[in-house]
Ligand binder design. Structure first.
Ligand SMILES: Cc1cc2nc3c(=O)[nH]c(=O)nc-3n(C[C@H](O)[C@H](O)[C@H](O)COP(=O)(O)O)c2cc1C
Length: 190
């Protein structure tokens, strides 16, 4: 039931060591491509960095170095630790990918493309959830470190997120229940 999936999906960053197969990744990316997209631009691009692959290691190192330079923790030990933790989280994720949105011929289309890619990402996450796979969306350090051209993204693509993917660990499933504001707080009934 789609409603159940929508309600039970949670952002997931703690995983078991179980691998995520390429066929599962293909299935969720295929689901992503069924998102609505104005003018049929199919503007989404995904870059999967295979577990233990050279590119994953390279990205983890770039993000490590970016974190060390940019996260200005006054405590030098903490700064080193944060950089290493960030690097390790990328290396440890059973699957890890980036999503980008391509530019349109003008700002209006670029804006539509970005919205369509966000829809594609939600499709991907819900499809993963239906397979028992959790996804952690990040626009933080792995995106801010600007790894795009190093992983084959075109320089003008807009980054939509980095995604940690795997089977949720027990700690994750025991998280306190998520909350949302009531519908009437976010809706004008005119
Ligand atoms: C565009 C976007 C960017 C996000 N970036 C981050 C991030 O950098 N770090 C993080 O921990 N979570 C990130 N999240 C996940 C949100 O924090 C999460 O969706 C929110 O806490 C609500 O929890 P839920 O998804 O489990 O309902 C991001 C989510 C979205 C949609």
């Amino acid at each position: 039931m789609v409603l159940d999936a929508i309600h039970s999906r949670r952002n997931t960053r703690e995983f078991t060591i179980a691998p995520v197969s390429d066929s599962a990744l293909e299935l969720i990316i295929e689901a992503a491509t069924w998102a609505p997209n104005h003018r049929n631009t199919e503007p989404w691009r995904f870059i999967v960095l295979s577990k233990d692959g050279a590119m994953r290691k390279k990205v983890a190192q770039i993000v490590h170095d970016w974190t060390f330079e940019n996260v200005k923790n006054p405590n030098p030990e903490r700064r080193i630790a944060t950089s290493r933790e960030t690097q390790q989280e990328i290396l440890d994720a059973p699957a890890f990918m980036y999503a980008y949105s391509v530019q349109g011929r003008n700002d209006e289309v670029t804006h539509e493309n970005y919205a369509a890619t966000a829809c594609a990402v939600q499709n991907l996450i819900l499809a993963a959830h239906s397979l028992g796979i959790g996804v952690g969306w990040s626009t933080g350090k792995p995106c801010l470190a600007n790894v795009g051209t190093a992983i084959g993204a075109e320089p003008d693509w807009d980054i939509v997120g980095a995604f940690y993917i795997g089977y949720p660990a027990e700690e994750q499933t025991q998280q306190s229940p998520a909350k949302r504001a009531p519908v009437n707080d976010v809706t004008i009934w005119a």
